[in-house]
Design a protein around this ligand. Structure first.
Ligand SMILES: [Zn+2]
Length: 180
């Protein structure tokens, strides 16, 4: 799938950097590295974080990712599953108020045969949808233009998370901490 991006695209992780280090897990590395804007991490609770997709299918495409390194959904403990789901709900709310989408696609690619690009660290995609936008996932579409800049998306979602109850704003360049 070819994507056309506008110039204000975030340059947080070049593909090359990860292709040169195939044994490192991108989702573990970005969380270890920078817990905030620089890597697109918008918010986190004890067990999971929500990050902007660097190659969005639509504006506001985010992923909810467990801090635990596992490719298996069923490996997550009850606590982790609960935290994952709670964060997903909060992300949906933030996206609703920030972007007013007409709907969402949300789901998992599990295992090598699923078509996902990262199989060893599970993650839930949330893709806002608008009536008349192009088809979900690259299977059916070729080129699309992502109009919303990632920096702007980050800013909007950060603000929405801050407004939610049970959160702590640790500064605009750091992820919003969710303590309940
Ligand atoms: Zn990992």
């Amino acid at each position: 799938m070819d994507q056309i991006f506008t110039p204000w695209r975030m340059e947080w992780i070049s593909r090359q950097e990860w292709e040169d280090a195939p044994n490192r897990c991108v989702f573990c590395e970005i969380y270890k590295k920078k817990k905030g804007r620089e890597v697109g991490i918008i918010a986190e609770n004890e067990y999971a974080y929500v990050v902007l997709n660097n190659y969005p299918y639509n504006p506001g495409h985010v992923m909810v990712i467990p801090k635990e390194h596992t490719g298996s959904y069923s490996d997550l403990s009850e606590k982790m599953l609960f935290a994952h789901t709670r964060l997903k709900v909060r992300a949906l709310r933030a996206l609703e108020t920030a972007f007013n989408p007409h709907g969402f696609n949300t789901g998992l690619n599990l295992g090598k045969g699923s078509g996902g690009s990262i199989n060893d660290h599970m993650h839930t995609h949330i893709v806002p949808r608008w009536e008349g936008d192009t088809n979900f996932m690259p299977l059916l579409s070729d080129t699309k233009i992502v109009i919303e800049g990632l920096q702007e998306t980050y800013q909007k979602l950060h603000e929405e998370f801050v407004l939610q109850e049970g959160t702590e704003d640790r500064g605009e360049d750091r992820s919003v901490w969710i303590f309940e």
